[in-house]
Ligand binder design. Sequence first.
Ligand code: IPM
Ligand code: MG
Length: 369
Amino acid sequence: MKLRIVVLPGDGVGPEVTEQAVRVLREVANIHGHNFHFEEHTAGGEAIKQTGSPPPRATLDACLNADAVLLGAIGSPEFDRVSPDKRPEAGLLLLRRELGGFANLRPVNSYRAIEGASPLRSEIVDGADILFVRELLGGLYFGEPRGITSQNGGSAAFNTMRYSASEIERVAHIAFAAAMERRRKLTSIDKANVLETSQLWRQTVSRVAVDYPKVTLDHLYVDAAAMHIITNPKRFDVILTENLFGDILSDEAAVISGSLGMLASGTIGGAVDLYEPVHGSAPDIAGKNLANPLGAIASAAMLLRHTARLEDEAADIEAAIRAVLDAGYRTADIAHGTGGHLISTTEMGQLVSEAVAEVADMRHAYHAV
Ligand code: IPM
Ligand code: MG
């Protein structure tokens, strides 16, 4: 299989973690005889400094011509005082909109070997396995009008939360289809007791549910959901929610995995799929070879599964991650409370690459008997 992948290392720890994800993808290509072509482009705060615009046109065009985009992280404290439309984050939103993916998949699961890294008791997290489907192109992030005005001599600011039924429908179909492949349970999260957008959300999701009679649907208000996610994560299979709620709840749910550094994401449904770890640029540890590359590596596995339909290869990467954790290797973020050997970003990437080769060998041996 031939794949053209645009890599956007971005800011902070982004370059370090994407380098390890690319290393693992190269190993997979080697083992299976695939032809993966990587092309690096500038994005984020780095791009603003080099070219004046967060994703320059050349980066956007390269992404639009690729089979998939793998992004590291976006955001830098240098821009903390700058207005939202001039920040690196605005560039990320522009990139998401240009690529067109509206369904952001964020799997969250517990890893037995590092359960001790979670502040939650292991009987709560053990076996938790949730797929968040976050709507990514609507709601407050993109709603117009938005802005800051002066009002009676003071300042006022406003944003617009807006959803059309068709925007809700298309992401709901992705969530129901995902639930069909899993445990067939879908929880839709909204604030329908207060917001009109949420009332439309709830009605629309309930209507789409008619097409999926085998999926059990329930609805939760976002405040209650925030509590249930960490008190009883095992009650969830697929969670469907709008953009801002999904942003907040997926960071909260990261405590189930033990660290935000573990979480991967993939955005599908548009012209070109976009893969990015959920963690941010972590400027405090950037350049120190300390960051956890597993979120980026797991995002690469999602790329193989969803864009390339290489399920065996994707599953091999995920099995390799588990094997390395089971063998006791930890980056700093998951070392606390879990025992094992503390290793660097590059060592983690190297170990996962080696484990991928072993896992693939074992699978072949298994199929041969
Ligand atoms: C995420 C991030 C982004 C978001 C930021 C960096 C704009 O928090 O992917 O969760 O809010 O979508
Ligand atoms: Mg976020």
